[in-house]
Design a protein around this ligand. Structure first.
Ligand code: 5AD
Ligand code: SF4
Length: 525
């Protein structure tokens, strides 16, 4: 590690240093340390490892909004003639962060590539939600080593949720010295500086802030396509479900100002985007952190409902905060689609309690009843975890009966994965892995059956499809999604891409529909 980087690291988050010594003294001290001591010191001064007790006590510091992001002049041309590649793992939040990083890199002169061998800068935008997501990333880190040996000037970076975990950063610093750069989810706007440091420094650049109170509004973005767009409405999560690492990797809940969101959505409508998805770890908590404003998710949806954009979706909801006003607004329909993704996680009250979900099976069913009453055609999908520590056969069966009772048309199903630093991970677990796998298998069979049945009901019907492009399997076939998020493959003219068209369904499968275009394109705007 060179002197400049030591100095920079010591400056990463000086306010969080517990030491009362001067910066220069600190640098001198750090310079004398072994690398192990260095790692320990680094985490003491600039990083708070996931600690639920501390995190729960997070203070309601005021959210700072910044509208002044710029790329320093000496970094605007730094990528000229060079190419970048970002590999994205995990959720839509990460996909959207990738669009922001692509925007920043483009403004630094870089061009994008999909070819690993062509890239001068490769970033792995990682996911920490389950262990297998992390294993994939470590596999990829290993695969990239020969490329780095062949091309020493290649810059390799790891960012996203995994880089917020102490154990991950520690492992990269100790075992994967070919990684040049590690930065956290709160450091994306620092990318120009970090890339510059990685380019000109000799040692790993690591910058992971636990500082989480800021929203940076004017970051550039290169969106993936011109048809559908992600729009962040809030960041972080304060729910602290006992299995989940997200409140630690993404920080506290903080909402964007309504006027900034509305301006972004209007801009997307003006550019001809057909669909937006409002993003947040828990969108229903939107606005609860405003101190000067009584404006919540229902109000935001009501305002967006008036904007001339054909389709509006949102993800992800928490049943606890899904209030009557939101249901009332959603029942207005129009561009507010009637597909609601509402993660339930378990059908057992005992398990829900241990998960800290803060609702019961009965509360959830009552919410579903209210939604169905207001929006009779609503499609419901969900997320479910099986094999939570000590889940009994009876408790699992309660999940199965809930899935039937609600009639979910699709579900993302997972085997519980212990995440270091979360309360559930400390629990002794008496459920054998094989039993968990069997439960997942049984649950998936039920979900597949329900999905196939819902698909069957479309036979012979005509649906509106937003055409996204050619099918991956056959370029003569176009593919897109219905309002209720059903994948449709059909034969039609290429000119339909980017438009909403009527398709008559001729064949139904478990997870998709086949059809033919029946009419001239429906002109949307
Ligand atoms: N193990 C398994 N699944 C998890 N999820 C979140 N944390 C874990 C975990 N530790 C699932 C939840 C959540 C979805 C995004 O991932 O179902 O809704
Ligand atoms: Fe994780 Fe979602 Fe629970 Fe937040 S609400 S802790 S993101 S599962």
């Amino acid at each position: 590690m060179n002197e400049k980087q030591l100095l920079e690291q010591a400056q990463i988050n000086p306010v969080q240093s517990t030491d009362n010594i001067s910066e220069q003294e600190n640098v001198e001290r750090i310079k004398k340390m072994s690398s192990d001591e260095m790692i320990t010191k680094y985490f003491q001064t600039s990083y708070q490892p996931p600690d639920l007790k501390k995190a729960r006590k997070r203070r309601r510091e005021e959210v700072q909004f910044h509208y002044d992001f710029t790329i320093p002049e000496d970094m605007q041309e730094i990528g000229r003639g060079k190419k970048f590649l970002i590999r994205t793992y995990g959720c839509q939040m990460n996909e959207h962060d990738t669009e922001v990083m692509a925007g920043i890199l483009t403004e630094m002169g870089y061009e994008s590539t999909t070819e690993t061998n062509e890239a001068d800068l490769i970033l792995l935008n990682t996911c920490a939600i389950r262990e297998n997501a992390e294993n994939k990333v470590f596999g990829e880190i290993g695969h990239l080593k020969p490329l780095k040996v062949e091309k020493p000037d290649l810059i390799l970076g790891v960012c996203g949720c995994m880089s917020q975990e102490e154990s991950v950063v520690d492992r990269i610093m100790k075992k994967h010295q070919h990684i040049d750069l590690v930065f956290g989810t709160h450091n994306i706007h620092r990318l120009p500086h970090l890339v510059k440091d990685a380019m000109f420094g000799k040692a790993q650049v690591v910058e992971v802030w636990s500082k989480e109170g800021d929203i940076i509004e004017n970051l550039p973005k290169v969106r993936n396509g011109k048809i559908k767009a992600w729009v962040n409405i809030m960041y972080g999560c304060d729910k602290f479900c006992t299995y989940c690492i997200v409140p630690m990797t993404r920080g506290k809940e903080r909402s964007r100002r309504p006027e900034d969101i509305i301006q972004e959505v209007r801009g997307l409508a003006a550019q001809g985007y057909q669909e937006i998805t409002l993003l947040g770890q828990n969108v229903n908590a939107y606005g609860k952190d405003f101190e000067d404003l009584d404006y919540q998710f229902g109000d935001l949806m009501d305002d967006i409902h008036k904007i001339d954009i054909p389709r509006v979706r949102f993800t992800t909801s928490h049943p606890r905060d899904f209030d009557d006003h939101l249901i009332e607004v959603l029942s207005k329909g129009g561009n507010l689609l009637d597909h609601i993704h509402l993660p339930v996680q378990s059908g057992s009250n005992e398990v829900l309690k241990r998960m800290n979900r803060k609702y019961t099976r009965e509360d959830y069913l009552e919410l579903v009843r209210k939604i169905r009453e207001a929006i009779p055609n609503a499609t419901l999908t969900t997320d479910i975890i099986v094999g939570f520590p000590n889940e009994t056969e009876e408790q699992f069966e309660e999940t199965m009966t809930l899935v039937e009772e609600v009639g979910f048309e699709a579900a993302y199903t997972f085997i519980y994965s212990p995440r270091e630093g979360t309360p559930a991970a400390k629990k002794k677990d008496d459920v054998p892995e094989e039993v968990k796998k069997q439960r997942l298998y049984r649950l998936n069979a039920l979900v597949n059956k329900q999905s196939a049945a819902s698909m069957k009901s479309y036979e012979g019907k005509t649906v509106k499809v937003l055409v996204e492009g050619e099918s991956k399997k056959d370029p003569n076939v176009l593919a897109g999604y219905t309002e209720k998020s059903k994948l449709v493959n059909f034969v039609g003219p290429k000119s339909a891409i980017g438009k909403i068209v009527d398709v008559k369904i001729t064949e139904t499968k478990t997870w998709s529909l086949n059809g033919v275009m029946v009419e001239n394109m429906v002109e949307v705007k």
